[in-house]
Design a protein around this ligand. Sequence first.
Ligand code: GLU
Length: 316
Amino acid sequence: MPQVVGRFAPSPSGRLHLGNLFCLLLAWLSAKSQGGRIVLRIEDLDPARTSRAYADALERDLAFLGLVWDEGGSAGGPGAPYYQSERTALYEQALARLEARGLVYPCFCSRAQLHAAEAPHAADGEPIYAGCCRSLTPAQVRARERTRAPALRLEVPDRVYALVDGHCGAYAQNLAADCGDFILRRSDGVFAYQLAVVADDAAMGVTEVVRGRDLLSSAPRQLYLYELLGAAPPRFCHTPLLLAPDGRRLSKRDADLGLDALRARGFSAAEITGRLAFAAGLTARPAAAAPEELLSVFSWDKVPQGDVRLPAGLFD
Ligand code: GLU
């Protein structure tokens, strides 16, 4: 059996919160319990929303918790660079391969046009693209390019892309009906998450993708990209989302549940990972436990299917 390669793929758009850490802990445990490696890739595609300072802070947070990675981040490694902002040449190459197949077209639609009231919505809440720009003639493209920079879209087939998720089970989408032609590069030149994540996971030899369930609906699009780029897709495991005790989704604004606040309140690293493991159903009691101490109790079968509400008082 080839070695399992998992990855941490955080976006440095703020400090990590417990919801991010919950998912990163499960990614680490899943890869390490199979004798695998972890690659750290910093998903800083969008320069307006991410920063190197947050990337450095998240490395410190991961190291503090004992979520040790084997390659990547600022330490580098054989697949360097590990910052998406420095990997544009790879995305250009992937885009050129898709363009060579005649599947990419410029899209001049404005936000208002895309969000027109009648547009049906995909599982991720985005409007399903109606295909307005798909059949523009070269002359129409040239005319529109004079006033507006286009985004680039990928044409999708009227075909079902299915997977058996390692945690959620069977999941499928007909790309034309459920998703629509999707963006590969934004009009400001920033590559889209879908293209970058597939190009990177393929280039870095990632065999297992563990991430939050909010990204499950991206997996069929990503399977299509793997097929077009001629790469083997990884196993996907989408984790439950961790909710605040009142049922709200955690966000980077929940500073009281951020690591700094927890450390200031006296929680040790093992107390934090132990409580996260308890919330994930891995242990019967919220006892302190470092990540390595959780390897023997880790099993996806114990992790609940639905979203996980943090038990009230667990981090008080
Ligand atoms: N960078 C994404 C995030 O932080 C994760 C992408 C992925 O795991 O595929 O939400």
